[in-house]
Each structure stands twice: as structure tokens, then as C-alpha cells.
Write a protein that binds this ligand. Structure first.
Ligand SMILES: [Zn+2]
Length: 1014
């Protein structure tokens, strides 16, 4: 037979496009449209409905950036349409090539009840089926003119990302505004042909099934009268019944599809717009659930449910009902889909606490899966947190975005730094916006790495971010793919059911140990430094506020601020969303975040101050008490307690150095700063060993060009290192402080349009050289690093993460090692030879790199640690990071891992001084073993008055110790993160009088509920 395959395929394409799809709506009449534009920010629904309208017509421009227009559409169903299905088609001026990321609407009835959302791929509103004919139509649309920030020419700087700079040029033109007849038979024919045509294109050209489909499609096309598609569509469909009924092969890959809309809690729009995006999408999805009995939908992020509850109660009522019916499925059990690299141990834990608690309280549902499809990498600390939250599964597809290496599994056990293993699935469809296209279904089946031993994968299906979620077309295609020869099978499935089935069929999955590093978006550890510092400051202040408020509550009866702490935590958790904390949102989001963090800091300082005053007693007592919120004692003040300040003798000295510069010494550390303000030498007195590599100079600022190939705020590409400028010229190197307690040298430099002032400080009794850097940053597309070349020979180094640290190589042996050229630490990196090491600690710099070189002259190894201070990408915020910044970094020569942990906490938790009458404040709990670190002391969230203390093993070894309470202890119970009794602790927790004996395994965390005797 002659090969006419491409001829028939081209025919299908043209006929579908030009004749069949347009025939879905064969008749239409225009609607009358009127408009009112809210003068500023969005207004309440009642106000928008009541506002006076002016006429507007199809083709007219509307929508200054970020404005809201209330449209009213009115008309009458023609009498001749009696018995037909009638829909309104409302095209706000959508660019149908982008499923979201632009204008959107929510349709209301005149009484204010929401109907559904309007999105680029979802412009219809059902009016009547069947119509009576002659009925009046009146609908209102709250239309948001969200400007397009990312389009066909992506990553160009734009001023549209903040309402303060966006201008008032209308962004859209009203397009089709019609009442139309909906021909369901033609619509079904479109789906038949799309499913078969797309499947056909994926099948081997020499396979029989492909040709069967081709011939069936040809027969269907032959049945269509192109001048009467509506009259012949049924006949065409009848010619496809047989090929659509042929069942899938028994070995076919099995896809569990779940309706989904990935809605970024802020990104190319501000938080307030997400509130509305979520409501529109939830309105769409609850409506679709009613129309489609097989369909299931999942939504993650408790915060988004909370927004609907607060702002669109009518939509929330629909959501609650659909959740109760088991069809709208809350997923993930986290407050938001957060970043996981940067949140602190406690914050990462609280993401689950607040997320799971919300779903339990609102719906009585406990999630067992963590749902993080789009997060930029996963720390080795996360598995233990998931397990301690009472969950056991993880879903993400993001690692498929890695630039270099293909991850070897789609379903596997992921083992964290403490040995916890979490059953993990990466959907092989490689997207969280599956649209049921044949190419996606075939890709999932082909791509699935665990073929032969496993058969199931999950496909989150629907348009996110203003796309409105799953469409009825996707549901229609899924129905055809349920059991279709040549295709993977598709059925709607809840995430928990998928995981249970996948786990059951795969009893011995492969294991991946350590972090799931995303080989992309590495610059999200650095971009928008003020947002990152606001997060870390808030985390530290929350630690202190909980500690001192709990101490004051138990000691003095001061009321514990449950509600305020709950609200502040949720605000901090929201801002850890995977486009806010990573710095990848528009200017508006980061401007607001900085203001929000400033407000939280003021509120938390007030709580801390009130608690400490209550503990210190009458200020007339005149005693200056030093409060220590860190987990280790310092200067005679116990951890979590306070004592009267004692000024030590102090023996710091600073002397001019021959040839320029200064020598700083405090008996523990001797530091030589040269005439350029760089650290030539740092010798730890205890060992007599030099930390700085021969020929190297530490505290070196280095400037690189930084213009990635795409994703400006997100990415730094490897080639940035090819060009570097060492910022060595100093305008001033002078003694800044000189006394027995403290000596300091100040260094002033300028470069480009920017200036830097650094203060290098040595304090009495401290083995730490503190480097405070103030930058007035006015560069574009540059990367600023702070380098420490160290004389340490090691193949790996430790970087702190949640509840411990993870190791990374200092070399680039494999493509996997080489790809980690920028990585995350929390408060320290530590590198060591046996018996001697160095730590670099910081309160708020997450990005860093570590490289090695062998010196030609002495053959020694120089390991260089560089902190990533600032970048200056121009998209999506054209002025990212411009202005003033303050950083602290510190060099700790001679540090063991325990010193790194201690100094890491100490730099971010300064002592506080309060005048009162008390002689001291005894800590509520004390530990007798340094490796056991307290990460939280708080009152139980249930208001019982119990104390909750979380402790972890911080060194990566076994630790045995006793936690002593300074109050009479009635009971001590190990708990999960949600403060529920839990028997999952693997070490030993044994009540022992007024205390608890603990024996923890490496990096193990344990949460204790301590009930005081009353
Ligand atoms: Zn996202």
C-alpha cells in the first residue's frame, strides 16, 4: 500500500483547526458590556457589584497594570435557541498561548455568589442546558489586569512588577463577549480526534496500531460534511468508537492523574493577587467536580485554604463540601510549598505543624505526603522532619529541571542525614501542569525509570498560576485514556491512594542518600538579600520570644502570647514560599516582605522585652542582667538563662605591623591584617596552627560578571567564574576599636558605583574573628563574593542544614560533584583535617562555594570557602538588591564541629541586657552535653501550660546526656512535631526525677512535652 500517512495527518490538523473546533459554538449573539474600574486596590465584592457602570465594547482597551475592573455582561437567550445548550463566552483579551500569568476574572451572579473563574483556556460560563429561549442573562466579572511579566521574550527587565512603577497603560482589549450555542457532539468529536491524533503521533510508524488509528481518523474525516460539521459530527464519532474501545496492553504504564493548579503564593504578582487567584481556581474546580463525577482535585498549601476561608467564604463553603465528599483533596500538610534549603530547623518543622494542624482542624484530614512539586532542592535534614511530622511520603518533579545530571529513579527511598528514609516519587511526566496531551502521557511512560519493577506514576493535571486548574477538556481526554490501546492508562486518583499503591507494588525501591540538589536556580540562595535576612532575623527572634515568654510564663505567670506567636509564625512561614525567600519574585513582593519583616521584628522585640523585664524584676534593683538565648552557655551565662554581667579582664591588643596593616591578638587568636585590609594570617594559639593558606589572603572581596542565560534572579551559570576582579585596593585601613575587651580594624573600599566598609573585630575570650561588612551596592549583573583561602587538605566539608549538617565534596570528580558549584549552608561551613579544623559562620548568608587547589611551591592544598554576598539580576525585579546591606561573617580557626555549631548560634543570637532586681534567671531546662542542642523551648500549642522542648544531636555522632528541669516535673512524654505523644523516637528517652535522660543517634531530634507538677 502506498504511504499516505503524512497526508492524512496534515488533513486532520487542518480540518480540526479550521472547521471542527469553530463548530463547537455554531451560533452566537453579542452581549452588552459595561464597566467600572476600582480606583486603587481591589474592593470588596459588594462594592464592586454596586458600583455604577459605564459602557465598554469589544475591542476597547481596559486594565491599567494591577487594576481591577468590574464588568457587567447582559443579554437575552434568543427564542430560537430553546432546547439547546447555551454558554456565555467571555474573553477578557486573553493570550491563549499562555495558560496563565495574565488577566483573569471571577464571575458572579447578581446576588454576589461566585460562579467560576475566567482564564485563558477557560472562557465559558454555562447559562442553560437546555435553554428555554428568551431568558435574560446578567453576570458580573471581577477582572484583574495582572500584567504579563514573563512572555515570549523572557527575562527582559520590566517596570511592570510593582504598581508603583508600572504606569497606567491599559494592558488588554476586550475580545469575544457573546452568548453562544454549545454543540456537545462537536466538542466530544474534537476530544476524540485530539486523543487519537496525539496518541498516533507517539506510536512507532511501523506499528499496526498507528495505522489503525490513521485509517479510523480518515474514515471519520470522510464522514464530515465541511459545510455542515454540526449535522455530521455524530456520524464521524461513530467511526471512532471501535479504535477508542480497544483496551490498553496489560503491561501499559499506569498513570494516576490528579486535578491540580500549581499556584505560587506570590511570584509575578503580589500576595494579595494570590488570594484572588486561589479563589478563582477553587471556584472553577468545585464547579468542575459537580459536572464531572469521576474527577478528583488536589490543592496544597494550608495558607491558600485559609485565604479562601477569610476572603471568599462562599467559595470556601463549596470547597468544604467537596473536601467532605472526598473529591477536593487537601495535599501536602504544609503551610505553604516552601523553599527547603534555607528555612531553619524550627521553621521547616513549623511548616508541617501549621499545615497539618489546619487540615486536621478544618477537615479532619491528616496528610501523610509532603507535596513540593516546584521547590528548588531538598535538604538532607528534610526526611526526618517529614517523619517527625507524622508523614511518610514526598512528591516533587523539580529535580527533572537539573541542568546536568539525570536523576536515576522516579520512585525511590530518600535517606536523610540521620538515616530516616522517605518513600519519594518524581512524576515522570516531568511537569506539574499536565494537560493530558498524548505527548505528555507517552513521555511519562517512556521516561519512567523504574519500569519492570514498578508500573505507577502520578500526573498533577491542570493549569496553575491563573490558568484556573483542570479544564473540562482535560477531564474528557482522561476518560478516553482510561484503557486505550497504545497508551498508558489514566485514572483520577488521590495522592495518598497513589502512594499507597506505588509503595505496595515496589517493596524494595532503590535508595538515594543525602540532599536532593537541584542543578539549577543556585542563585536563589543569594538574590534579594534583605528578604533573606528578614527571614533569618524573624526565625531567631521567634526562638527568643518563645523561650523568654515560656520562661516568664512558668516563672512569673506572665500570659503566654499564643495567638500573636501563632500569627507571626504563619507570616514567617508564608514568606518562606518558594518564590519569596528564594528572591525570585517581582519588586512589589520583596518591597512588601521587607516592610512585613520589619513589623514582625518590632513586635517580637516587644514580646522578648516584656518577658525579660518580667524575669529581671524591678528596674530599681539596678542589676544589669545578661540574657543568653543561645543553646550554649557563654561568659558565665547559662544557655536559656540570665546572670549578672561580669566584665572579664580582657587582654586584647592591636599593634601596627611593619610594612602596613595591624596585628590583632587576644591570647586565643592572633590575626595579621595587611595594608590592604586583607587577612594574611590567623593563628589559633591552642594549636599554633595557621588557618590562612600560604600565599593567600582571607577576607578578600571578589566581583564577578553575572548574566545567566535565563532565569536571572534564579540562576548563576558556571561560566561566571571565568572572570573575576579581586577588590584589594583600600582607601582606609585603620584601628577602629582598641581596648582590653575588644580590638577592631576598619577597612574602606570602593569599586564601580559601590562602596564597602568592613570592621574586623577580635573580642576577649573569643576564638572568632568577626567581619562586619556594610555594602552600598549599586552594581548591575554582578556577583559579590567574600573569600577565605584556608590551609586545609580535605575532600569534603560540612555545611549546616536543618537539625545537623550535610557533607559536600571540595572536588569536581564527577558531573554530580561539579554541578554543585554553589550550595546552601545555614550558619556554618566546617572543614577539617583529623584533629584540626576551621569554621566559617554567618547569621544570614546561605549561598557559598568551596574549591580546592594544590600550591605549586609547597605542594599543600588550599581549600577556599567563599560566601555569596550580593547579586544584581535585573529580572524580575530590575533593581534587585540595590542599596545598603549589612552582613556578618566570622572565621573560627581551630574549630571542631561542636565549635562550629556553637559559634553559628552565637553570631545570630546576641546577648541582651536588662536592668532589674533579680540576681539571675535559671534556665527552665539545662543539658549537660554540648552535642545535644535545644532548638525550641515553648509552651505547648494546646494551651495546657505544658512545656515543649525540642533537642537534637548536632555533631553527627551518638550523644548521651541529661536534660534537667529547674521545676518539679510531673511527666515527660516524647512527642511528634505536632506535640502529640509519639513512639517513633529511635534513641532513648527515660524520665529521671526532674529531668530526662537522653541517648540520641546521629542528628536525631526529639520533641519532649514536659508537664510541670502543679
Ligand atoms: Zn512554583
Amino acid at each position: 500500500m502506498h504511504d499516505d500517512r503524512s497526508l492524512v495527518e496534515a488533513r486532520l490538523k487542518r480540518v480540526l483547526e479550521e472547521r471542527i473546533r469553530p463548530a463547537v459554538y455554531p451560533e452566537s449573539v453579542p452581549l452588552t458590556v459595561s464597566v467600572w474600574t476600582a480606583p486603587g486596590e481591589p474592593v470588596p465584592v459588594a462594592e464592586g457589584l454596586a458600583a455604577p457602570r459605564s459602557p465598554i465594547a469589544v475591542g476597547d482597551a481596559w486594565g491599567a497594570p494591577w487594576s481591577t475592573s468590574w464588568l457587567t455582561v447582559a443579554g437575552t437567550v434568543p427564542a430560537a435557541w430553546a432546547g439547546r445548550t447555551v454558554e456565555a463566552l467571555i474573553d477578557l483579551g486573553f493570550d491563549a498561548n499562555m495558560p496563565g500569568f495574565q488577566c483573569e476574572g471571577l464571575v458572579y451572579r447578581p446576588d454576589g455568589t461566585p460562579v467560576k473563574g475566567l482564564n485563558p483556556q477557560n472562557q465559558w460560563v454555562r447559562i442553560a442546558a437546555p435553554a428555554a429561549g428568551g431568558e435574560p442573562v446578567l453576570l458580573h466579572v471581577e477582572a484583574a489586569a495582572n500584567p504579563v511579566i514573563l512572555d515570549y521574550h523572557p527575562f527582559l527587565p520590566t517596570e511592570l512588577g510593582d504598581k508603583e512603577t508600572a504606569g497606567d497603560e491599559p494592558q488588554y482589549r476586550l475580545a469575544r463577549m457573546d452568548l453562544a450555542v454549545f454543540d456537545e457532539t462537536v466538542w466530544q468529536l474534537v476530544l476524540d480526534l485530539e486523543v487519537l491524533g496525539e496518541l498516533m503521533a507517539e506510536l512507532p510508524a511501523d506499528g499496526a496500531r498507528r495505522w489503525e488509528l490513521l485509517r479510523a481518523v480518515e474514515r471519520a474525516l470522510d464522514a464530515i460534511d465541511l459545510q455542515d460539521v454540526n449535522g455530521t459530527a455524530a456520524a464521524a464519532r461513530s467511526r471512532l468508537v471501535e479504535v477508542l474501545a480497544a483496551p490498553a496492553a496489560p503491561s501499559a504504564h499506569r498513570i494516576g492523574a490528579i486535578g491540580h493548579a500549581h499556584i505560587d503564593s506570590a511570584w509575578l504578582w503580589p500576595l494579595r493577587e494570590t488570594v484572588r487567584k486561589v479563589a478563582r481556581t477553587a471556584a472553577n474546580m468545585t464547579a468542575l467536580l459537580e459536572d464531572e463525577p469521576d474527577f478528583l482535585y488536589t490543592m496544597s498549601q494550608a495558607q491558600q485554604f485559609a485565604w479562601i476561608k477569610e476572603h471568599r467564604p462562599e467559595v470556601y463553603a463549596r470547597v468544604k463540601k467537596a473536601v467532605a465528599d472526598g473529591r477536593f483533596v487537601p495535599a501536602g500538610g504544609m503551610w505553604v510549598e516552601s523553599d527547603t534549603n534555607m528555612p531553619s530547623s524550627e521553621a521547616m518543622a513549623r511548616q508541617f505543624v501549621h499545615g497539618k494542624r489546619f487540615f486536621l482542624a478544618e477537615f479532619g484530614i491528616e496528610n501523610e505526603e509532603a507535596w513540593l512539586p516546584d521547590t528548588f532542592g531538598f535538604t538532607g535534614g528534610l526526611p526526618q522532619i517529614i517523619r517527625n511530622a507524622g508523614s511518610k511520603w514526598l512528591l516533587t518533579q523539580k529535580i527533572s529541571w537539573s541542568q546536568i545530571n539525570k536523576f536515576p529513579h522516579h520512585t525511590f527511598l530518600w535517606e536523610g542525614i540521620d538515616g530516616t528514609r522517605i518513600f519519594t516519587h518524581f512524576p515522570p511526566v516531568d511537569t506539574y501542569n499536565c494537560s493530558m496531551k498524548g505527548s505528555e502521557i507517552a513521555h511519562a511512560a517512556r521516561n519512567f525509570k523504574d519500569k519492570g519493577v514498578a508500573r505507577h506514576s502520578l500526573a498533577p493535571t491542570g493549569w496553575g498560576d491563573g490558568g484556573g486548574g483542570t479544564t473540562r477538556e482535560m477531564v474528557g481526554k482522561a476518560a478516553r485514556l482510561r484503557d486505550l490501546e497504545g497508551s498508558a492508562t489514566v485514572r483520577w486518583q488521590r495522592p495518598a491512594e497513589f502512594f499507597a499503591e506505588a509503595e505496595a507494588e515496589y517493596p524494595k525501591p532503590p535508595v538515594w542518600v543525602g540532599e536532593l540538589y537541584l542543578e539549577l536556580h543556585r542563585a536563589t540562595l543569594t538574590s534579594q538579600a534583605r528578604t533573606k535576612q528578614g527571614n533569618r532575623r524573624s526565625e531567631n527572634l521567634l526562638r527568643e520570644a518563645e523561650l523568654w515568654c515560656a520562661t516568664a510564663a512558668l516563672r512569673t505567670g506572665l500570659a503566654y502570647p499564643y495567638e500573636r506567636l501563632d500569627r507571626i509564625w504563619k507570616t514567617v512561614l508564608l514568606h518562606q514560599f518558594h518564590d519569596i525567600l528564594p528572591g525570585s519574585s517581582i519588586a512589589w513582593v520583596h518591597r512588601e516582605a521587607e516592610a512585613t519583616y520589619a513589623g514582625l521584628a518590632a513586635e517580637l522585640e516587644e514580646l522578648i522585652d516584656a518577658a525579660q523585664r518580667a524575669l529581671a524584676g524591678d528596674p530599681a534593683g539596678g542589676r544589669e542582667l545578661v540574657f543568653n538565648g543561645a543553646p550554649h552557655g557563654r561568659s558565665a551565662v547559662p544557655a536559656g538563662g540570665a546572670a549578672v554581667a561580669v566584665a572579664g579582664p580582657g587582654d586584647c591588643s592591636v599593634a601596627a605591623r611593619e610594612g602596613g596593616g595591624f596585628v590583632l591578638d587576644n591570647g586565643l587568636l592572633r590575626v595579621v591584617v595587611d595594608g590592604d585590609g586583607l587577612v594574611l594570617s590567623a593563628v589559633d594559639a591552642a594549636s599554633g596552627r595557621e588557618a590562612v593558606a600560604p600565599g593567600g589572603r582571607a577576607n578578600l572581596l571578589q566581583l564577578h560578571p553575572d548574566f545567566p542565560n535565563m532565569w536571572d534572579a534564579w540562576d548563576v551559570d558556571q561560566f561566571y567564574r571565568n572572570t573575576v576582579t579581586d577588590l584589594v585596593a583600600a582607601e582606609e585601613v585603620a584601628v577602629h576599636a582598641e581596648g582590653p575587651a575588644e580590638v577592631a580594624v576598619r577597612v574602606v573600599r570602593s569599586f564601580g558605583s559601590s562602596a564597602v566598609t568592613q570592621t574586623l573585630t577580635l573580642r576577649a575570650g573569643s576564638g572568632r574573628l568577626d567581619i562586619d561588612t556594610e555594602v552600598d551596592w549599586h552594581e548591575a549583573e554582578k556577583f559579590l563574593k567574600l573569600a577565605f583561602p584556608l590551609d586545609v587538605h580535605t575532600e569534603r566539608y560540612a555545611a549546616e542544614t536543618q537539625f545537623g549538617h550535610q557533607f559536600r565534596p571540595t572536588h569536581t570528580n564527577t558531573s554530580w560533584d561539579a554541578a554543585k558549584f554553589e550550595a546552601c549552608n545555614h550558619r556554618f561551613v566546617h572543614l577539617a583535617e583529623p584533629g584540626w579544623g576551621v569554621a566559617l559562620v554567618t547569621p544570614s548568608t546561605y549561598g557559598h562555594d568551596v574549591t580546592r587547589a594544590v600550591r605549586p611551591d609547597d605542594g599543600g592544598t588550599t581549600t577556599t570557602v567563599r560566601f555569596s554576598l550580593l547579586r544584581a539580576p535585573r529580572f524580575p525585579d530590575p533593581r534587585t538588591d540595590q542599596g545598603r546591606h549589612r552582613f556578618r561573617h566570622a572565621l573560627v580557626p581551630g574549630a571542631e564541629i561542636g565549635d562550629a555549631v556553637r559559634e553559628g548560634y552565637a553570631v545570630g543570637l546576641p546577648e541582651r541586657r536588662v536592668t532589674g532586681s533579680a540576681e539571675s534567671v535559671r534556665p527552665l531546662v539545662e543539658l549537660d552535653q554540648d552535642a545535644l542542642v535545644v532548638s525550641a523551648v515553648k509552651l505547648a500549642d494546646d494551651g495546657s501550660g505544658d512545656l515543649v522542648v525540642r533537642v537534637y544531636e548536632s555533631g553527627g555522632g551518638r550523644a548521651r546526656g541529661r536534660l534537667a528541669t529547674s521545676f518539679a516535673l510531673a511527666a515527660a512524654v516524647p512527642c511528634d512535631l505536632l506535640e502529640r505523644p509519639w513512639d517513633g523516637t529511635r534513641g532513648e528517652v527515660v524520665a529521671d526525677g526532674d529531668g530526662v535522660r537522653l541517648a540520641l543517634r546521629p542528628f536525631e531530634l526529639v520533641t519532649l512535652r514536659l508537664t510541670p507538677a502543679r
